[in-house]
Design a protein around this ligand. Structure first.
Ligand SMILES: Cc1cc2nc3c(=O)[nH]c(=O)nc-3n(C[C@H](O)[C@H](O)[C@H](O)COP(=O)(O)OP(=O)(O)OC[C@H]3O[C@@H](n4cnc5c(N)ncnc54)[C@H](O)[C@@H]3O)c2cc1C
Length: 327
């Protein structure tokens, strides 16, 4: 079988790449490992425009956000499902200093347009004696629905890609029954075992999320107080996420479960029940910037999306394709 591209990985990076290839009428075969939870499967999918204690706007936000919305809308039309749900984030003030920091920053022109309003009214079930601030340009991607639709394509093989069977011959790439012009590795944290790119300066972090059932908790906003509470359906919420750099595996841990439950108790006094729990590894690079490049003229990489995969993956896929080397 002759195709233009082989893609290794069907997380945010690989699915966005596949979508861009489809739009440009390139053919591809993609691989995804069905035996391991990817970062994309575990992700809450939230786009938050402002990050860190210093309340800095996310890298490339002004270009990446509108492009991400347009891409997910086009992908949703192709799949016939809703993927991105716009939903305001309310940052809950944790101290007078925290509130003052937000007030100071909200007058700065670079983030001023991302602030919707102050929230002084109590929200049902939410502990917020100092109030909060509502942000614009936020929402979440239903990552599991996106993956489900993407991998149902006949162009996707749910098989582990075996690097030993990959050969290069006369500028062509040969893998089992496939001959391709290009191969792009979108293999997330598993790139550490990829002999073609195993030198990326990763600083991987394990992340965990719980799902909780909680009645009467406000559900028109994503709440954020060090951790987020994302309403996903009637009385169901995702709460996360943890960061852990030592024990890098996909096993949900009791420590994270207890930590997240404790975090939720700082947001609400309402009773809740934990109904699910996920863990996966974020492919984070030391300098927190993604890696998007043609490493050889027919071997590409999209990786290092870190904590910003939903925002950055569409733009990074476009950048790789816009710089396609002649073959
Ligand atoms: C708990 C948690 C919460 C998060 N929340 C958010 C959030 O709210 N918003 C946000 O923007 N980001 C969030 N992230 C980060 C986001 O998940 C990542 O940035 C993004 O998913 C990375 O996508 P990726 O495609 O590079 O990697 P992955 O999603 O890990 O995908 C890698 C793909 O490669 C495949 N693969 C690897 N090796 C092989 C092989 N040999 N053969 C076949 N297939 C292979 C895997 O099967 C998988 O399909 C979160 C991450 C975690 C862990």
């Amino acid at each position: 079988m002759q195709v233009d591209f082989i893609i290794v990985g069907q997380g945010l990076a690989g699915i966005n790449l596949a979508h861009h290839l489809w739009q440009k009428q390139y053919s591809y075969i993609a691989f995804t490992n069905p035996n391991q939870l990817s970062a994309t499967q575990a992700a809450a999918g939230i786009i938050h425009p402002i990050t860190g204690r210093r309340l800095v706007k996310s890298w490339m936000f002004d270009e990446a956000y509108p492009y991400a919305l347009a891409t997910y809308q086009s992908m949703a039309q192709k799949f016939g499902v809703t993927l991105f749900k716009p939903l305001s984030i309310v940052e809950i003030f944790t101290s007078v200093k925290h509130r003052n920091d937000w007030y100071m920053r909200s007058s700065d022109a670079d983030i001023n347009y991302l602030i919707e309003s102050e929230i002084n009214e109590p929200l049902s079930g939410v502990i917020m004696p100092l109030g909060g601030i509502q942000l614009k340009a936020t929402g979440y991607l239903q990552t599991t629905d996106m993956i489900k639709s993407a991998i149902s394509s006949t162009s996707v093989r749910q098989q582990v890609f075996d690097f030993k069977q990959l050969h290069f011959k006369n500028d062509q790439i040969i893998y089992q029954d496939i001959t391709a012009s290009y191969i792009v590795f979108c293999d997330g944290c598993d790139a550490t075992n990829n002999p073609f790119i195993n030198t990326l300066p990763f600083q991987l972090s394990k992340g965990e999320i719980i799902e909780v059932y909680c009645e009467h908790l406000h559900s028109s906003y994503i709440l954020n107080r060090n951790n987020f509470v994302l309403p996903i359906s009637d009385n169901l919420f995702k709460v996360g996420a943890t960061y852990q750099w030592q024990y890098l595996n996909n096993q949900p841990s009791i420590e994270a479960r207890m930590h997240l439950a404790q975090m939720l108790k700082q947001i609400t006094h309402l009773p809740f029940e934990i109904t699910n729990h996920w863990a996966a590894i974020r492919p984070t690079i030391k300098d927190r910037r993604p890696v998007v490049r043609w490493q050889q003229k027919n071997v590409g990489i999209i990786n290092g999306l870190g904590t910003k995969g939903v925002l950055l993956a569409p733009l990074m896929a476009r950048q790789l394709i816009d710089n396609l080397p002649a073959n």
